[in-house]
Design a protein around this ligand. Structure first.
Ligand code: ADP
Ligand code: NG1
Length: 490
């Protein structure tokens, strides 16, 4: 039940009477000797299409999943932060909190950050937002079930849960878009230059529909997914922590450099403010299709050396490092600009096509329901069983997205490719979801094939390839549907 819920604020609901909440409360009592004052829940997400384009300014299409980070929070009189995890593999950490400037989150480059540093990111961002004004310290006990480092946004759920609970403890009121933007900014303290999709869907998600997320200003528009489709997530049994390698930032920087060069060679503009591929499209007032042609024309080489980029942009290496590169990408001597920019513009086209088809399906379903008819031949192919043409169109867009991520963006993993190929043999289209380099695929499955598909993956991948028994495999492969966003329980 909602205790209070302005539509644009994070809802405050009464505490669910569940085993998990009771256990969390009991462990909180053991850890801190008192009851929690409130709880916060932030979901993970699966991105249906639109990968590695949020940080280039393009819309994406994620939905929240059932798995989440749940945190129990207590208030402290002293300015202190006590961080605990139900899972003892995640160590405890206590720290004094005075100002956000003093809260250090330095990470050794290319080392996996300690988990509590993601919590510190959320607190640092919140403190900065509050201009260091705080009324209490906090005790936080976390319990998460999002597969970590697997492209389902466990890190952002953790950062967001920390930021949300700290702000709530200080009685600060932010609307959902404000807090989503704040959490996106906060997570960058870990060192990765993400775009904001994960934090946006964490707060703006709604039950029953995916969200078409657009930027500047941040906005989420619900997109109803076809009723006869199920989205299945399958873990490839490899993990990759984004902050532990320079791969993620390298891609972000390559897109940034491609944007600078495209703008410079197209209209001689050295405008340092423009850094995203979308801003270039907007400045040139042209279509995504024209941007694809422009990339072929203006970025013809497979590899650009740092020297070549400096010459093209008329900057010194020192300027290039300080103006455009992150600390962990300054050492790179070669960059792939054509491939990355092509992926981004073509993926942005795929997102638009996917959304358009979903809108058409919805419109047809509405017409069908109001007419009491069984649908038009345009949308449904009745000749060959109940094969759904629309799902095939959407599926093909997902397959094309995977091919592009594998070949142009080079962020796949052999296990992910194996899962995608295995799915294709059964006529199911799928793609890697999230950052990649490991993690999960998301597959679009006709509802009536879902059980057979999951069964096939359990046998052919988890059992035969990875020796995982069927009971355990259910944690790695599951059907999912759009869930709601973050809540406070009190
Ligand atoms: P993702 O793609 O899931 O966001 P990242 O590589 O960005 O993956 O971040 C994963 C990291 O988040 C983990 O290595 C861990 O430090 C932290 N994390 C995720 N889930 C939890 C959890 N339940 N408890 C503690 N830390 C977690
Ligand atoms: P994951 O690693 O799946 O949570 C990351 C970025 C997103 C987006 C995707 C790729 C962060 C926190 N998340 O998501 O913004 O760029 O990769 O589409 O950086």
């Amino acid at each position: 039940m909602n205790i209070h819920c302005k539509s644009n604020e994070v809802p405050v609901q009464s505490i669910p009477n569940s085993e998990r909440m009771r256990t969390l409360k009991d462990i909180f009592m053991v850890e801190f000797g008192c009851n929690p004052s409130f709880f916060a829940r932030v979901p993970g997400r699966v991105n249906i299409i639109g990968e590695h384009i949020d940080y280039c300014g393009y819309p994406v299409l994620p939905m929240a999943i059932e798995q989440d980070i749940l945190v129990a929070a207590g208030l402290l009189d002293e300015p202190k932060l006590c961080i605990r995890n139900v899972n003892k593999k995640y160590e405890s950490f206590d720290v004094k909190i005075n100002t956000f400037e003093e809260l250090q989150i330095e990470n050794d480059q290319n080392e996996k950050p300690n988990w509590y540093k993601y919590v510190l990111c959320g607190i640092k961002g919140a403190l900065e937002h509050l201009n260091n004004k705080k009324s209490s310290g906090v005790q936080l006990l976390f319990d998460g079930n999002i597969p970590p480092a697997s492209g389902l946004s466990s890190s952002s759920a953790l950062v967001s849960a920390a930021c949300l609970s700290f702000l709530y403890a200080q009685k600060a009121h932010l609307n959902k878009t404000e807090i989503a933007s704040l959490c996106a900014k906060s997570e960058r303290y870990i060192g990765t230059h993400g775009g904001g999709m994960d934090q946006a869907i964490a707060f703006l998600a709604e039950r029953y529909s995916a969200q078409y997320i657009t930027w500047q200003p941040l906005k989420a528009t619900p997109v109803a997914l076809p009723e006869d489709a199920t989205f299945v997530v399958a873990h490839c049994l490899a993990e990759a922590n984004k902050a532990a390698t320079d791969d993620f930032n390298q891609r972000v920087m390559e897109c940034r450099l491609a944007a600078k060069i495209l703008l410079k060679v197209s209209n001689g503009d050295k405008n340092h403010k423009i850094t995203t591929l979308r801003e270039v499209q907007e400045t040139l007032r042209t279509t995504l299709e024209d941007m694809v042609n422009l990339v072929h024309k203006q970025l013809p080489k497979d590899i650009y050396t740092k020297d070549e980029i400096c010459t093209l942009l008329e900057v010194s290496e020192k300027e290039l490092d300080s103006l455009y590169l992150s600390p962990n990408t300054k050492h790179f001597k070669e960059f792939k600009l054509k491939q990355r920019a092509l992926h981004v513009y073509e993926e942005a086209i795929r997102v638009e096509s996917f959304r358009k088809v979903c809108l058409e399906v919805l419109r047809d379903e509405k017409i069908r329901k109001s007419n009491g008819t069984n649908g038009s031949d345009k949308t449904y192919e009745n000749g060959n069983g109940n094969k759904h043409k629309t799902l095939e169109i959407l599926g093909k867009l997902m397959s094309a997205s995977h091919e592009s991520l594998k070949n142009l963006y080079e962020c796949s993993h052999p296990n992910l490719d194996y899962l995608v190929d295995l799915s294709k043999k059964m006529g199911i289209h799928s793609r890697l979801t999230g950052a990649g380099w490991a993690g999960c695929i998301v597959a679009l499955c006709p509802k009536d094939k879902t059980e057979d598909y999951i069964q096939m993956l359990k046998e052919e991948f988890y059992s035969k390839q990875c020796n995982v028994d069927k009971d355990k495999a259910k944690h790695y492969v599951f059907a999912t549907s759009p869930n709601h966003g973050a809540v406070i329980f009190k």
